[in-house]
Design a protein around this ligand. Structure first.
Ligand code: ADP
Length: 376
């Protein structure tokens, strides 16, 4: 079956066309036929027309959509019907920067392909297994029970894919391992996966909590935010923009949100760039330590995402002086550049690079939902 995978953003539409089937999934032989990005999107109807023109108007059997927020409603991928669209719409309140665009892409795809089944694959769904001790914030209980203010976690598609892939390489299942997966890209998060289940993750109610990211702050004392609003008189909307768009690597370094640029400046002796890299790496180390504690150890530490897969230097800085916790990189293996699954540390907690394939997982879930076969 040809599956079109769509990821509708604020001004872009990323697309991939996969050929996949239950047999191809089992043989890990799915084929990527096309991949691209339509930029400066003002109408998803136009963008989808462009996608089909680029694909030579190739017919598709199904469409899989990446949807950021599934709240506590969606615990796995689902076939989209009017009720699902409605629920995604309601969840826009929790993810105003993402869900409205995801939904607009869904609706445009339905207008173009009214008879083709469409499936939603959620960034939050893999974290539906979080136990209350990790999803509850210690706010008054009604905020959790009534307002649903809690940790949801994101990047679940990536954490799920790399944890599946790591187990598959070893001829086992995710349930055989305790893993810590670090997705380090423009957005960054860490996940503790205890015998197949996500039991904690660094992103929270929104994708802002946790690690330092390209332009997002990660963890900040809520008191500091309130001080900005009440004492410095910064408007809440402006604080939100600063936390999401002007913080992280970009804000601290003053250089860029791109780790390559920040590293280059840091290595040339720029103190602010070096501080940004130090804060970035130290934050990841703290979360790894926390998740070792949460699972009483780990059987694998896995790096993925643009930075996690490619940056020899960042992996080195994160993993240095962690021998006491059983983590040690092999410098030669770490320095290799191939984009492939590989072990980079054979310490008691083995360290791996596993390139993520979020679109592949979306294509596979789409087929599995339509044919009603169980997800891995
Ligand atoms: P997204 O989260 O948008 O999917 P990616 O996973 O592609 O993004 O990650 C993008 C980030 O990866 C950028 O910050 C970029 O600087 C970083 N990156 C890519 N290659 C390297 C590299 N060789 N060294 C350091 N950082 C890199």
């Amino acid at each position: 079956m040809k599956v079109l995978v769509l990821n509708g953003g604020s001004s872009s539409l990323k697309y991939d066309l996969w050929e996949t089937s239950p047999e191809m999934i089992a043989a890990d032989s799915d084929l990527l036929l096309e991949s691209g990005n339509v930029e400066r999107v003002t109408s998803f109807d136009d963008a989808i027309r462009t996608v089909f023109e680029k694909m030579g108007n190739e017919p598709v059997g199904a469409v899989g959509h990446r949807v950021v927020h599934g709240g506590d409603v969606f615990r796995s991928s689902v076939i989209i019907d009017a009720g699902v669209e409605d629920a995604i719409d309601k969840l826009s309140a929790l993810a105003p920067l993402h869900n409205p665009h995801n939904l607009a892409a869904i609706r445009a795809a339905r207008r173009r392909l009214p008879d083709v089944p469409q499936v939603a694959v959620f960034d939050t769904a893999f974290h539906a297994t979080l136990p209350p001790q990790s999803y509850a914030y210690a706010l008054p209980y009604e905020y959790l029970a009534e307002k649903k203010i809690r940790r949801y976690g994101f990047h679940g598609i990536s954490h799920r894919y790399v944890s599946w892939r790591f187990a598959q390489i070893h001829g086992k299942t995710r349930a055989d391992y305790r893993m810590i997966t670090c997705h380090l890209g423009n957005g960054c998060s860490v996940c503790a996966i205890d015998r197949g289940k996500s039991i904690d993750t660094s992103m929270g109610f929104t994708p802002l909590e946790g690690l330092v990211m390209g332009t997002r702050s990660g963890d900040v004392d809520a008191g500091a935010i309130l001080y900005l609003i009440s004492h410095e008189k910064v408007e809440p909307a402006e604080v939100l923009r600063i936390l999401n768009g002007a913080s992280g690597l970009k804000g601290l370094s003053g250089v860029s949100n791109d780790m390559r640029d920040v590293l280059k400046k840091a290595q040339a002796g720029d103190a602010r760039a070096n501080l940004a890299v130090d804060v970035f790496c130290y934050r990841v180390r703290k979360y790894i330590g926390a998740y070792l504690a949460a699972m009483n150890g780990a059987d694998a530490l896995i790096f993925t995402g643009g930075i996690g897969e490619n940056s020899v230097e960042i992996r080195k800085r994160i993993c240095s002086n962690m021998e006491g916790l059983g983590i040690c990189l092999d410098p030669q293996a770490n320095a290799e550049k191939a984009r492939e699954d590989r072990m980079i540390g054979s310490s008691s907690v083995p360290v791996w690079v596993v390139p993520t394939e979020e679109e592949l997982l979306i294509a596979r879930d789409t087929v599995r939902c339509i044919l009603n076969i169980p997800h891995e």
